[in-house]
Design a protein around this ligand. Structure first.
Ligand SMILES: Nc1nc2c(c(=O)[nH]1)N[C@H]1C(S)=C(S)[C@@H](COP(=O)(O)O)O[C@H]1N2
Ligand SMILES: [Mo]
Length: 525
């Protein structure tokens, strides 16, 4: 303990502190000046995004399995620790050998600039905040390092010796710590100011709130009575926008001005088509309930949501573009470089794959793709649900690979039949006697025709199905159980509209979706 304290007051720890303060200045200056550039171009966002792009699929799967929709927060914590450690090392290096420190800092700056300018939709000028930040960081590192050299009086060397050896007058450690502290505080203020400034300068959220959606030419089919499971605690049948799961690679939500939005449809087509947001508002829009599902959803997981979407059938746009013979895929790309490969015929058939602009009666929330996203019934999101979509390339599976396919996931992703128990929760303690079990099942485009429950190793028994809205939405179920004291396992499985029973074969989410039966352990008291 004493040793640690002594070390902490020693020059090595102080040099590391100088490095950390300098790194904070790099980030803060970039954040402040970054308010005037693309949000995705600040060092933290660009580095994190680049890291995500290089994340192998097993790690992405691990991150989502471990942190769920907090995966982005976990990434920032990991990145923060890495930057912290690197900054410590650079501070010490600069203290020992200044030129080497400069080389290190410039190297890091170059890496950040490279990760900024290689982001999709980012211009070279967007590297300005990083360059300014790096220069500011270098100046701060220089000032603190010189101060530190001057404190080398500590513990024994007298000030006049330092002066003789280095040509610098000695100074107190207190001065060093004061300078470091004041600089760090200033960096904090600058970073917070940059955040506020960035938010104030962006008026996308206001534009989204002010947008009035047109009425559909074909409204969503009226919901039959009783789509909601009668069991208290089961997921609402329509997921409110604020509760809708969010999965994407976007560390900062892309901000697209709807007036500037344009969709380019090209590739193997007779005619290239360009579509503006106004074109969409003027088109014959349809509205329908569709359940989206993420391929990373584990058995029993909650990466699925059901909403009423408003949009234009992609079929209509493809009709205008006229795909050429041989085309079998549409590669949709977002403004930030994510892409999905969707079979061409899926976008042309009568399942009504749409370019959506509305979600549950509102414009798309920013994080769900404002102003325009794809919604394709029956396919996992990673091969179909491109948010912030700006480009549709008609192509062939043989010629093009989408974002996740390049990273080890499948090129196609039909949604697997899945039933989930929501009540009771896993490891719940429940009183003996009659109780209701309930949950949700889905098999988009095939529909759910049966859900069965198995208690311990007894026979499979049919659950009560709630009303079916359509085969492209999930369906809820309930089951009455006479619970006897002791530990019990509740298993559930669904049968889809083709008569196929949900497989008990366990599969991990990679490469094309998890499978297996969920088993929930409860203790009855
Ligand atoms: N631009 C973009 N669109 C994207 C993604 C993405 O990373 N970037 N992720 C996809 C995945 S994996 C899923 S499951 C759905 C999730 O849509 P949601 O966040 O609106 O629920 O979006 C899809 N669209
Ligand atoms: Mo997903």
């Amino acid at each position: 303990m004493k040793k640690l304290l002594k070390w902490l007051k020693g020059p090595t720890a102080m040099a590391a502190l100088a490095g950390v303060v300098a790194a904070a200045v790099v980030l803060a200056v970039a954040e402040l000046t970054g308010a005037f550039f693309t949000a995705r171009a600040t060092p933290a966002i660009a580095l994190g995004s680049t890291f995500i792009d290089f994340t192998p699929s097993w790690m992405k799967d691990f991150a989502i399995a471990t942190f769920g929709t907090n995966d982005k927060a976990a990434l920032f914590v990991g990145m923060g620790l890495t930057i912290f450690l690197l900054a410590c090392v650079l501070g010490v290096v600069a203290y020992r050998k200044w030129t080497l420190g400069v080389v290190g800092v410039l190297l890091m700056g170059t890496v950040i600039v490279a990760s900024v300018v290689t982001r999709a939709g980012v211009e070279p000028l967007d590297a300005t905040p990083t360059v300014l930040g790096t220069l500011a960081g270098l100046v701060v590192l220089r000032l603190l390092t010189v101060l530190l050299w001057r404190t080398r009086t500590w513990p024994e060397v007298p000030a006049d010796t330092v002066a003789k050896e280095t040509g610098l007058p000695g100074t107190s450690r207190r001065r060093f710590f004061a300078a470091a502290g004041i600089t760090a505080a200033a960096a904090g203020v600058a970073a917070a100011g940059g955040r506020l400034l960035g938010a104030a300068r962006s008026n996308i959220a206001q534009a989204r709130d002010a947008l009035l959606l047109p009425a559909p030419v074909r409204a969503a089919a009226a919901l039959p009575a009783g789509v909601q499971s009668p069991v208290a605690g089961v997921t609402p049948w329509v997921t409110p926008n604020g509760d809708f799961y969010r999965i994407d690679t976007a560390l900062s939500v892309p901000e697209i001005n709807a007036d500037d939005w344009e969709l380019r449809v090209h590739g193997l087509v007779e005619e290239e088509v360009r579509l503006t947001f106004q074109d969409l508002l003027d088109a014959d829009l349809i509205e329908s309930h569709v359940t989206l599902t993420c391929v990373s959803n584990p058995v029993g997981g909650n990466l699925a949501g059901n909403a009423k979407w408003l949009g234009l059938p992609i079929r209509e746009i493809l009709k205008r573009a006229r795909p050429r013979d041989g085309a079998d895929m549409v590669l949709s790309t977002s403004v930030d470089g994510f892409s999905a490969s969707t079979p061409l015929e899926v976008l042309q058939d009568d399942r009504d794959a749409i370019l959506a602009i509305g979600m549950n009666g509102e414009p798309l929330p920013l994080e769900h793709g404002y102003p325009v996203r794809m919604v394709v019934p029956g396919l996992y999101g990673f091969v179909s649900a491109t948010k912030w979509v700006v480009d549709l390339e008609v192509t062939r599976f043989a010629d093009s690979k989408a974002y996740w396919t390049q990273r080890g996931w499948s090129e196609r992703g039909p949604i697997k039949t899945m039933a989930r128990v929501e009540v009771p929760k896993s490891f719940a303690k429940v009183p003996a006697g009659r109780m209701a079990i309930g949950g949700t099942a889905w098999a988009q485009t095939r529909g759910i025709t049966k859900v069965e429950v198995q208690i311990d190793n007894e026979d499979w028994t049919e659950a009560m199905l709630s009303a079916e809205a359509s085969v492209i939405t999930w369906r809820q179920w309930s089951y009455d159980w006479e619970a006897t004291p002791g530990p019990h396992y509740i298993k559930v499985r669904a049968t889809d509209g083709t008569g196929e029973v949900q497989t008990d074969q366990r599969a991990e989410p990679v490469p094309d979706g998890a499978s297996g039966w969920q088993s929930v352990m409860v203790t009855v008291e």
